[in-house]
Design a protein. Structure first.
Length: 489
């Protein structure tokens, strides 16, 4: 059954004194600016840029807290009450507290990582030691995790108002299109031009023959473009759904109405997706393209299964998308195809075996959040080439397990699973705004698959975008009745 997407649940919610203050709008648009500009300085993957990101998000949180000190919030409560996310909040704070505990020296001596005793013996010094091999890196990692949590919380609270949620998606679609066009412009710049093989105004020092946009690594760019493509896809689905509702669903005229809806409302989104898809293929990221393709297919399948579009229309859209994407793949996928058939994954099995050996030294307690580069150098051997430096495990699950141990890594994994489950429930139970939990669900699928062989989700610009999409999806996972205090339902 099709439902008018313009018919807001806000109309059924109790009236509150205010629809939002000027400070509210300033904080929200500040959040949008942070999200869309995060990729500019190398994906915010430098100490100065992720520190600036943390400061800006902290200021936005302070502004949000100040905006909450007004009657509409004090009397009516938050748009999404914390009680609805009690379990997830506890898991997040417990993970942060565990990572902080790793930096302290006042822990049982048996908990201190063996490397501290070895260092004390070698230097003939008395070292306090801690669970973390590198406490400073752990504090930095905690700061980044709190930044992503702050983005999630702000997106959660603001995107319960659907107009803010739609604005977030449209801003991100526009940003993704601009970054894709910039990447294509640089990639196809003629040799000798000032833009040839550059990142902004810097000369490239890696991935010279791949599209990386404003990122250094092609895989990180692929994940970012893939998320932007998924955002555009759900906006297309919403536009088609809205137009089909206006036309009225008629089984006999389903295909004609679908084509009419595409011509009237969908061409703009399809054009954007083709640009982003072309840029994505030119990254030559095998798993980046594969993860995006799987998430793209899952989106169209879930659209049909969840009833966002009539099943016949939904499955027609699946087949039509495949036909439209074939020319893009044929014209732009040559470099990717060459990598698929001619290159092996770069020593991944040897890398993972070394990580597992390091993990076995302290499986429960971990080596300290953010400590991977230091710990890995202690365990690497001749199985890996000496000329290659590894700053990440190329598997986010293994890296989290190594750094946080089974305790902290397990809590973080359970937290993500709980959010994904919440999005799945919201997708199939709600009848309005289903595209938000749908987007959060398929975005989790994309980054989750890519995280098996890479670390894109650990790049701040990607993590901030992903956190914002998770927050928007979670915000729209409940009906308005659930948001009311128990005594008012």
């Amino acid at each position: 059954m099709l439902i008018d997407v313009h018919e807001g649940e806000e109309a059924t919610m109790p009236r509150r004194p205010s629809g939002g203050s000027l400070l509210d709008r300033l904080v929200f648009h500040g959040l949008l600016v942070v999200i869309v500009l995060a990729p500019l300085p190398f994906g915010s993957s430098r100490p100065w840029s992720w520190s600036l990101l943390a400061v800006l998000v902290a200021l936005l949180l302070i502004g949000w807290v100040i905006s909450c000190i007004r009657p509409s919030v004090v009397l009516g409560g938050l748009p999404v009450p914390a009680r609805l996310l009690r379990g997830e909040i506890i898991l997040f704070l417990a993970t942060v507290c565990w990572a902080w505990l790793q930096t302290g020296s006042s822990v049982p001596e048996a908990w201190i990582h063996p490397v501290w005793r070895e260092a004390a013996a070698a230097l003939d010094l008395s070292l306090a030691g801690s669970i973390s091999v590198y406490p400073f890196a752990t504090v930095t990692a905690i700061m980044r995790l709190l930044t992503y949590g702050g983005v999630f919380w702000l997106s959660l609270q603001f995107c319960r108002r659907s107009r803010y949620g739609w604005r977030l998606l449209h801003w991100q679609m526009t940003a993704g299109l601009i970054y894709a066009l910039y990447g294509l412009f640089v990639y196809f710049s003629p040799m000798g031009s000032r833009f040839f093989r550059t990142i902004l105004w810097f000369d490239k020092w890696a991935y010279h023959d791949d599209l990386t946009g404003t990122f250094v690594n092609r895989n990180h760019c692929a994940t970012y473009l893939g998320l932007s493509l998924l955002v555009t896809l759900v906006l297309l689905v919403n536009a088609l759904r809205q137009r089909l509702w206006e036309l009225g669903y008629d089984r006999k005229n389903a295909l004609r109405h679908l084509f009419q809806a595409i011509l009237e409302r969908g061409l703009f989104y399809i054009f954007n997706m083709m640009i982003m898809g072309t840029a994505l293929l030119q990254t030559h990221s095998r798993m980046g393209v594969t993860a995006t393709a799987m998430a793209f297919s899952a989106t169209l399948l879930l659209v049909a299964l969840a009833g966002l579009l009539p099943k016949r229309t939904g499955f027609t859209l699946v087949l039509g998308s495949g036909v439209l994407l074939l020319p893009v793949i044929f014209l732009s996928g040559g470099g990717l195809w060459h990598r698929l058939v001619s290159e092996q994954f770069d020593n991944r099995s040897a890398l993972f075996s070394v990580v597992l050996e390091a993990f076995s030294a302290s499986p429960w307690l971990g080596t300290g959040y953010g400590s991977f580069p230091v710990v890995f150098d202690l365990y690497r051997d001749l199985r890996l080439p000496e000329a290659v430096f590894y700053f990440d495990a190329h598997n986010t699950y293994l890296e989290n397990g190594l750094e946080l141990g089974l305790i902290g890594g397990g809590m973080l994994l359970v937290l993500m699973i709980a959010l994904v489950f919440r999005h799945a429930v919201g997708l199939f139970r709600r009848e309005r705004r289903q595209v938000f939990p749908l987007l959060a669900l398929v975005a989790s699928l994309q980054v989750g698959i890519h995280a098996l062989v890479d670390f894109s989700v650990q790049i701040p610009a990607v993590a901030v975008l992903y956190a914002a999409l998770l927050g928007a999806g979670t915000a729209q996972s409940w009906s308005s009745r659930v948001l009311l205090p128990p005594g008012q339902r």
